[in-house]
Design a protein. Sequence first.
Length: 211
Amino acid sequence: MLNRIQGFNNDMRMSNFNNMNSRNCNFNSGAFEIMLITLLTALKEQNKVTRNEQEKTLNRSVNTLNRMNFTSQKLGVSIDERIENAISISAKKYGVDEKLVKAIIKIESNFDPKVVSPAGAKGLMQLMPENCRDLGISDPFNIEQNIDGGVRHIKEYLDRYNGNMEMALMAYNGGPTRMVNRGVRSMNDIYKMPKETQNYVPKVMSYYRGL
C-alpha cells in the first residue's frame, strides 16, 4: 500500500514537472517568435531606409552627371558660335536679312549677351521688359531666346514700313508711338526723333553695309 502511494506521488511530481516544462517551452517558443518577428520587422525597415538612401544617392549622381553633360555641351560651343547659329536660324525662320540682325546686335550690345542698359533693356538685342512680356521671352539673357525675340520684333517693323530698314530701325530704337506722335512719316523726319535715335539708325546702316 505504501509503495503504491509513493508511486502515485512520484507520478504526480513527474506530471507536474512535465507540465511546467511544457508551459516553459510554450512561453519560450512564444517569446522567441515575438523576438524573431520584431527582428525581421526591424531589418525590413532598415533595408527600406537603405534602399531609399541608395535611390536618393543614385538620383543625385544621375542629376550631377546630367548637369555635367549639359555644361560640357554648352562649353563645347563658344558664345560666338551660339550667336552665329541663333542669328542664322532666326533670320531664316522669320525672313530677315542676317546682316541686319548682326548690325543691330553690334550697335545694341556689341555682342554681349549680359549687357543691361540704363533704361533696362537687356541682352544682345536690348529688349525692354515689356518687349519680353509681349514676345513671351522668359530669359532675355539667353542667347537663343533674345535673338529669336529681337528678330521677331524687327520683323514686325519691317512689315509695318514695307521693308524700309531705316524706318524699321527708327521704330526699333525710338518706338513707333513716338514716331506717330511726332509726325515722322519718312527718313526726312528723323530730326524729330531723340538724338539717340538720330545717331542709332545711321550707325546700324553703316555697319550693315560694311558686312
